[in-house]
Design a protein around this ligand. Structure first.
Ligand code: APR
Length: 315
């Protein structure tokens, strides 16, 4: 199969619009379905003039949600509110948790076979929410639900390339764990090409990768969080899902998924993708002593984030 329907939920936002643009220029996307609670007719009209094959349709408001998602092969979810000054993390959590819950319910109803990529933060908790909702609907397949963590890889590749004067295109750093702060575990010991840093530099680079989102929040000074780099990473992830669905072999991409390779119920590791989503979890691989320490620090935080998501979905 070469023709895929991709739906973006939250398509009018800071991430949603550039993500939709990148999907519109992906030749595997033959139907691009844009859902949001505002502005979708305009975004869809605008994108529809681009001279690529994908047919663009806009769906505005909750009454059009089911049509938007119906029989989608891939659903990418950047819907939600980004953190702004004056907002607590709990404000962000409750709003976004509810949005992801409602979107997952709709997906269960009209697109039970879809591969779902969740961008909405906090990803460590929103992915468990979506999984719980799908379980409640009897439509859960752990091989089809993903938290999009590709931005952590993109950032690690960029920062390490900068540090060593390499072309970022030639650099590949596995990043595992979760998608915030200390749960992000860059495996610099397994970089391609192999690189080494003195201990203080290694620690500084690790912290920079873990806190890179905050770098953008600060620079945007109240205007939100990463949107353009996140859209790039989201489009890269969607393309990997589509290549897997198409039957290409050796499509490897990391994502935050239901995991049996650590003591954390959900964990990001490199995955082999195929026609049914995850074909194989490639696992953690070998960690250096320093990376073992990072893993130790990540697990309790991840468990807390996962529990918050599961508790929300169950109440
Ligand atoms: N259904 C669909 N779309 C929604 C809903 C909903 N229930 N609620 C809000 N949206 C839409 C908004 O209308 C807006 O177009 O989601 C979009 C969010 O866009 P922005 O406010 O610009 O936020 P953005 O920077 O794109 O971040 C979105 O991604 O990285 C995460 O932390 C970030 O959770 C946040 C999300």
């Amino acid at each position: 199969q070469n023709n895929f329907k991709v739906a973006v939920a939250g398509a009018s936002g800071g991430i949603g619009q550039p993500l939709s643009l990148l999907l519109k220029v992906n030749p595997l996307v033959t139907e691009l379905s844009l859902y949001d609670i505002v502005h979708t007719p305009g975004v869809a009209a605008d994108l529809s003039h681009i001279e690529t094959v994908g047919k663009v349709k806009g769906y505005n408001g909750p009454e059009n949600l089911l049509e938007a998602l119906r029989n989608a092969d891939v659903i990418i979810i950047p819907a939600g509110v980004p953190r702004k000054p004056g907002m607590t993390r709990d404000d962000l959590f409750n709003t976004n948790a509810g949005i992801v819950r409602d979107l997952a319910k709709a997906a269960a109803e009209v697109a039970p076979k879809a591969l779902i990529g969740i961008i909405t933060n906090p990803v460590n908790s929103t992915v468990p929410i979506a999984c719980e909702v799908l379980k409640q609907a009897g439509k859960f397949d752990p091989k089809r639900v993903f938290g999009v963590t590709s931005l952590d890889i993109v950032r690690a590749n960029t920062f390490i390339a900068e540090g060593k004067g390499l072309n970022p295109k030639d650099v590949s750093i596995p990043v595992i764990g979760g998608h915030s702060g200390v749960t992000i575990i860059p495996l610099i010991s397994r970089a391609t090409p192999s690189v080494s840093f003195p201990e203080d530099q290694l620690k500084a680079l690790t912290t920079r990768i873990q806190e890179a989102g905050t770098e953008v929040v600060k620079a945007k000074a109240g205007a939100g969080s990463a949107t353009l780099s996140m859209a790039y990473a989201g489009a890269r992830f969607a393309n990997s899902l589509l290549r897997g669905l198409k039957g290409e072999s050796n499509v490897i991409e990391p994502a935050y998924v239901v995991s049996d390779v650590t003591e954390s119920e959900y964990f990001s590791t490199p995955l082999l993708l195929g026609k049914n989503g995850i074909e194989k979890n490639l696992g953690l691989g070998k960690l250096s002593d320093y990376e073992q320490q990072l893993l130790k620090a990540a697990i309790p935080e991840l468990k807390k984030n996962i529990k918050a998501g599961v508790d929300f979905a169950k109440k």
